[in-house]
Design a protein around this ligand. Structure first.
Ligand code: AMP
Ligand code: MG
Length: 317
């Protein structure tokens, strides 16, 4: 099993020699390696069992470093960066050649973000290179929001998990690319669509696909528990108990079903709390002695859109 502590000097030592460390961020825990070192990048793909066509997000701590890695920054991107960074936003920007093609799966754009987590920002400041860090889970499984989640699945493959507590947002970053100056959402995430549009006006969405070359990694099936997982309307869920089932709900129990097999994401109906609880809840239910998980969609506002995106993809086969 990996060590779980806050030893930044040890983290730097491991990263400097091209190995990997799990790092906390406000979205989910990341599996980090030197983004400019091809060997380290290969280790990330191998450790996660991630297909090479699924590009990584590069993390740094300041705008100066972002500018050093990209050829240009659209006006809207700069505005978003100023408003949201450090925060749960990833921008797709044209990369300079020093960013290895391996990190971007051969694409001309690099996904880049400044995360809002003090321990990881301190680590990034101590390094001479940015960190490539996808979520620290085996490919396709539920993203980790605590050090223990990382240890359960990748603990025998890495030495160190930096302990930054529970991820405060709990859902991956919102990813935005650009067509010319026009922002396009590639993935809904921890910064709400409404707040993005307040910053840069209306934005369009890229559709998910298993084969859309514009959207590598935007696989329809993702974030999936190992147990059969189904999304259903509240009315149909309430129609009678299903054998071996547990129910994942937003904020209210189903009146006609035994409450002991129901799990609420937020008893007060708070969407941010629900986002923070989502991945932990999916893991917990996946480990229970039950045979199937049923869920309802949450209201489609704020982070609810990103939650529903994850639920749909968890239910996709
Ligand atoms: P993860 O770090 O596991 O949340 O995965 C990062 C995701 O960012 C990938 O699955 C891709 O969907 C997306 N991504 C990263 N780089 C690019 C890029 N250059 N163009 C489009 N999507 C990207
Ligand atoms: Mg991921």
């Amino acid at each position: 099993m990996a060590e779980i502590n806050r030893d930044l000097a040890l983290a730097k030592k491991i990263l400097d020699r091209g190995d990997l460390v799990a790092i906390p961020t406000e979205t989910v825990y990341g599996l980090a390696g030197n983004a400019l070192n091809e060997q380290a990048i290969l280790k990330i793909f191998a450790t996660k069992n991630r297909p090479a066509f699924d590009p990584l997000i590069v993390h740094t701590h300041c705008m100066e470093n972002v500018e050093a890695l990209v050829r240009s920054i659209p006006v809207a991107a700069r505005r978003l960066a100023e408003q949201i960074w450090p925060g749960p936003l990833t921008l797709l920007l044209p990369k300079k050649s020093q960013v290895p093609d391996l990190a971007t799966s051969g694409l001309d754009t690099v996904a880049i973000r400044i995360p809002a987590h003090s321990l990881t920002l301190e680590l990034l400041q101590s390094l001479e290179y940015p960190l490539a860090a996808p979520s620290a889970n085996p490919f396709g499984y539920i993203s980790p929001t605590t050090p223990e989640h990382v240890n359960q699945q990748l603990g025998d493959q890495i030495e160190l998990i930096l302990d930054g507590g529970e991820s405060q947002i709990g859902i991956e970053s919102t990813i935005i690319g650009f067509e010319g100056q026009q922002p396009i959402i590639y993935r809904l995430g921890g910064y709400a669509l409404e707040d993005i549009e307040r910053c840069v006006g209306p934005v369009s969405m890229l559709p998910h696909s298993t084969s859309n070359p514009q959207a590598p990694g935007m696989l329809k099936s993702h974030y999936a528990p190992r147990k059969p997982f189904f999304l259903r309307s509240r009315e149909s869920l309430n129609k009678g108990y299903r054998e071996g089932a547990v129910y994942l709900l937003f904020s209210e129990y189903l009146p006609d079903i035994d409450p002991s097999c129901q799990y609420l994401l937020s008893e007060t109906g708070n969407m941010n709390e629900a986002a923070k609880a989502l991945f932990s809840a999916l893991r917990k239910l996946d480990q229970m002695p039950i045979s199937q998980i049923f869920a309802e969609e949450v209201p489609n506002t704020g982070l609810g859109r990103a939650i529903n995106d994850r639920l749909r993809r968890a239910a996709a086969v």
